[in-house]
Design a protein around this ligand. Structure first.
Ligand SMILES: *[C@@H]1O[C@H](CO)[C@@H](O)[C@H](O)[C@H]1NC(C)=O
Ligand SMILES: *[C@@H]1O[C@H](CO)[C@@H](O)[C@H](O)[C@H]1NC(C)=O
Ligand SMILES: *[C@@H]1O[C@H](CO)[C@@H](O)[C@H](O)[C@H]1NC(C)=O
Ligand SMILES: *[C@@H]1O[C@H](CO)[C@@H](O)[C@H](O)[C@H]1NC(C)=O
Ligand SMILES: *[C@@H]1O[C@H](CO)[C@@H](O)[C@H](O)[C@H]1NC(C)=O
Length: 625
């Protein structure tokens, strides 16, 4: 990933890189913010307290880069800078952007912060580009700054070919864009190529790719299942990197790809090795594949970068896995109705220089990807929960626990905030992972550095918050992008015993007394026997299920009271749960009923004096169109 043509070699000559005698932060991350236009480049580095930016933009006027709550302009924290064309003097400013709705006659207010928190390190311009380097505290405690955290950073950037006529009058941008990044993560490391090849001749690659999947103009959402036979492994390998491999110009269509290892029940006799497996109808072949291929090898989504295992661990490929099948699940999202063929998949970098630990990936989720998950319409904050019980972690984790190294949080389009909570002996620890500025269009695993221990008896909860103000009817759980999900993929070591998944959901027996039924007269409560008969019927009879979905979509009254009652059920009712271990073959699921643990919630220590808390922002809502 070497693309930079920075003009900052000039800065070396200017010789102002030192900041008050401290060791400068290394700019070890880099990204082209606009890969199509190629006019905005960012490299950065950080230590425990500060972040150091070097921005290069194709302008001789001003450039700006901001942190937004949601990708929109409103309530964004903006760094604005330019290099004076006549004097060569660089200026950097800390500003706060208030953008009224597009329908208002008021103009954008880009006010100067009272507290100027960006410290200019250097600035220069070439014949075509301007480069600015500046440093800021990660958390400034200024109410007109946004903190840099491990959450997704929703960057906005813009520029104008003219220098401002004066430091207080800024002409409107001529070019702008947005980009989501996990900035305090190992992604975008400038030297990632070196990590790939650090093992030298011991290193090889193996690509697991779909084979010319046809996507037609009619296709909107499609899941495609491919079974790919692994080669013979003469010795044990460790996978050290997984890379997205996307067919050229299909970037807009490939939504995500997951590769799972199959057990030996999937063999050469399996009737089909590649088939459309979209989740809208019963698909016996899909169910067989999903039931027999459960251990995640790698996953990526739109916007993902290559993902590296930390040096102490790798994903094992052993001689026993020779000739085994890998199940590749490609999710295509084709709202524009393109017609293409696709051979995307996951690329693996393998090494024979084995690392001390075998790694594995497991999933924690709201486990019923169906109508028991309901997000009512017109609600700014509604949450669902997927639980991995203390009993499950006690049963399947080794006595010394596991070390979590990566977490991939996932919802669909309504998701705004996701937490992976960890509860030990009735007390919540700091979230294992969280993202309060989740961007559905950016699917990337967070690195957990240093790794975090999960012990037998810990309860894990993935908690997903949705904003459904854009929807006029209920959103059900489902595999299509307009439907919802709530899950976290956890990569950890040591890999034994191998946990395939751990999930919970809300039983329809619990939901039906609240929602009533399309088959019962309204207002008359259903007896427990009627509810349980109905939930059986919905499960067994697709046409009853359709009627229930119609009833919830168009007849049910989503009053604030009903929304609150359903929210309470997700939050605190008993959950059926499943705990699957692949240490037995075939994977043996254990079902149970769990009661959500009562625990004292974790309190984030405030880094700031109370009146200026950096965490007191309102979420800012949806970006303006
Ligand atoms: C982090 O970087 C800042 C800015 O260069 C510096 O002032 C600070 O001392 C550094 N902190 C550590 C722990 O290195
Ligand atoms: C712009 O915002 C600043 C700070 O929020 C405020 O003091 C100022 O009055 C605003 N200016 C206009 C023209 O609205
Ligand atoms: C695994 O595959 C076998 C044979 O293809 C099938 O009979 C079985 O039901 C599958 N297991 C699961 C859990 O789906
Ligand atoms: C409810 O179901 C149980 C078991 O199926 C049965 O024994 C009982 O009589 C039923 N109650 C009513 C009121 O129908
Ligand atoms: C855990 O399992 C035990 C024994 O199977 C059971 O008694 C207990 O209720 C379970 N605890 C929870 C929280 O599900």
């Amino acid at each position: 990933m070497v693309f930079f043509f920075s003009v900052l070699f000039v800065l070396g000559c200017i010789g102002i890189l030192e900041v008050s005698g401290d060791r400068p932060i290394e700019l070890d991350h880099e990204v082209v913010l606009d890969p199509v236009e190629q006019s905005f480049f960012l490299s950065w580095g950080f230590n425990k307290t500060h972040i150091d930016f070097e921005i290069t933009a194709k302008t001789l006027g001003w450039l700006a880069i901001g942190v937004s709550p949601n990708g929109g302009m409103n309530a964004a924290d903006v760094l604005l800078a330019w290099v004076d064309d006549r004097t060569g003097k660089p200026t950097v400013q800390d500003r706060w952007l208030i953008a009224p709705s597009p329908y208002s006659s008021r103009t954008v207010n880009l006010s100067l912060d009272a507290s100027q928190d960006w410290v200019l390190v250097a600035g220069a311009q070439s014949a075509t580009h301007t480069t600015i380097r500046a440093i800021r505290k990660l958390v400034t405690c200024d109410s007109q700054d946004r903190p840099f955290t491990t959450d997704t950073v929703r960057l906005i950037f813009s520029m104008n070919p003219q220098d401002p006529a004066s430091p207080t009058s800024i002409p409107k941008h001529s070019y702008r864009g947005t980009r989501s990044l996990l900035m305090l993560s190992e992604s975008y490391l400038a030297n990632s190529v070196a990590i790939d090849s650090d093992a030298g001749p011991e290193t090889s690659t193996l690509d697991l790719l779909a084979d010319n999947v046809p996507i037609s103009t009619e296709t909107r959402t499609m899941y495609y299942c491919s079974l790919i036979k692994l080669p013979t492994f003469a010795q044990k390998y460790h996978v050290v990197t997984t890379r997205p491999v996307v067919s050229p110009s299909n970037e807009g269509v490939v939504h995500h790809v997951v590769a799972y290892m199959c057990n030996d029940k999937i063999d050469d006799d399996f009737p089909e090795k590649a088939f459309d497996c979209t989740f809208d109808k019963p698909r016996p072949l899909r169910d067989q594949v999903m039931g027999n291929c459960t251990a995640v090898i790698g996953a990526f989504g739109i916007g993902s970068e290559p993902s590296h295992y930390p040096p102490e661990t790798g994903f094992p490929l052993t001689p026993e896995l020779s000739g085994r099948y890998v199940f590749l699940e490609n999710h295509y999202d084709n709202p524009e109705g393109k017609s293409v063929t696709d051979s995307s998949g996951i690329g693996l970098t393998l090494t024979t220089k084995l690392r001390p630990n075998d790694a594995a990936t497991t999933m924690i989720a709201y486990g019923d990807i169906s109508y028991s998950m309901m997000i009512p319409p017109q609600v700014a904050d509604f949450a669902t929960y997927g639980r991995c019980s203390a009993n499950c972690t006690s049963a399947i984790l080794p006595p010394t626990g596991i070390n979590v190294i990566k977490v991939f949080l996932h919802t669909h389009m309504l998701g705004e905030r996701i937490y992976l909570r960890q509860i030990r002996k009735g007390k919540e620890l700091p979230p294992l992972a969280k993202d309060e500025t989740y961007d559905f269009n950016y699917q990337e695993a967070q690195s957990i550095t240093p790794s975090r221990a999960v012990l037998p008896g810990d309860e894990l909860v993935v908690e997903c918050h949705y904003n459904s103000m854009t929807r006029n009817s209920v959103t059900f759980g489902g595999w299509g992008t307009p439907e919802e999900m709530c899950m976290a993929f956890i990569t950890y070591y040591p890999a034994t015993p191998d946990i395939a998944s751990c999930a919970s959901w809300l039983s329809m027996d619990t939901i039906l007394p609240l929602t009533g039924s399309p088959f019962s007269p309204p207002g008359i409560p259903m007896s427990p026997n009627q509810t349980s008969e109905l939930s059986q019927r919905l499960w067994q009879d697709p046409s009853s299920e359709d009627q229930y979905r119609d009833y919830m979509t168009s007849a049910y009254q989503w009053t604030p009271q009903n929304v609150m009652k359903l929210q309470d059920l997700y939050k605190s009712a008993e959950n059926p749960a499943i705990c699957v271990s692949t240490s037995t073959s075939p994977a043996a699921p254990v079902y149970s009923i769990i009661k959500p643990a009562k625990y004292s919630a974790y309190q984030e220590p405030s880094a700031c004096p109370r009146s200026k808390s950096a965490t007191s922002f309102t979420s800012g809502g949806r970006p303006s169109p």
